[in-house]
Ligand binder design. Structure first.
Ligand code: CO
Length: 170
């Protein structure tokens, strides 16, 4: 009957207590404890991207929390080519402004990090780096609104057609 079939099924607790070795028990319990404390829902306040010699970012969508005071952008160029031939940066703008800012960036040149100076459409931008280099920058989280449409892209000439993605604010 149903009673006897229930008793044959080991309870999850019994599995953890009796049949899992102690170190593994810690790995199983830790995520449960984080879930219970709410720590697993901590704000994500950083955008970390890798760029390569094939003119690509490793992600097409990044997500940040609306409550972030400060948002950090981390860029790692994991290729080998120098900045003058395969330089990359990360620029954040509204989706509406992205193409115009990318085109204006070409005029600024490598010396200007391919970003128009003092342009209010630029929410954030890193410097341009070459292969093997990393760079970071920060900006105020209040510049991004929940439900707004934002993009990240590399503004090096020609790169922004491939090197771009969405910034989602949750
Ligand atoms: Co690029």
């Amino acid at each position: 009957g149903p009673r006897s079939s229930r008793s044959r099924t080991p309870a999850p607790e019994r599995l953890i207590r009796n049949e899992v070795p102690t170190p593994m028990r810690t790995y199983l319990l830790l995520p449960l404890m984080l879930l219970a404390s709410g720590a697993i829902h901590a704000e994500n306040c950083s955008i970390s991207l890798k760029a390569d010699d094939a003119m690509k970012f490793d992600q097409r969508t990044v997500t940040v929390d609306h409550a972030c005071k400060t948002i950090t952008i981390n860029l790692a160029h994991i290729g080998r080519l120098p900045a003058k031939s395969m330089g990359h940066n990360v620029v954040v703008t509204s989706s509406d402004a992205f193409q115009a800012v990318a085109q204006a960036g070409a005029t600024a040149g490598l010396a200007g990090n391919y970003v128009p100076a003092n342009d209010p459409r630029v929410i954030a931008s890193t410097k341009v780096i070459g292969g093997g280099e990393t760079t970071s920058t920060t900006f105020a989280g209040s510049l991004l609104k929940v439900g707004g449409a934002y993009m990240f892209f590399c503004s090096a000439p020609g790169h922004w057609t491939l090197m771009r993605g969405s910034v989602v604010v949750k």
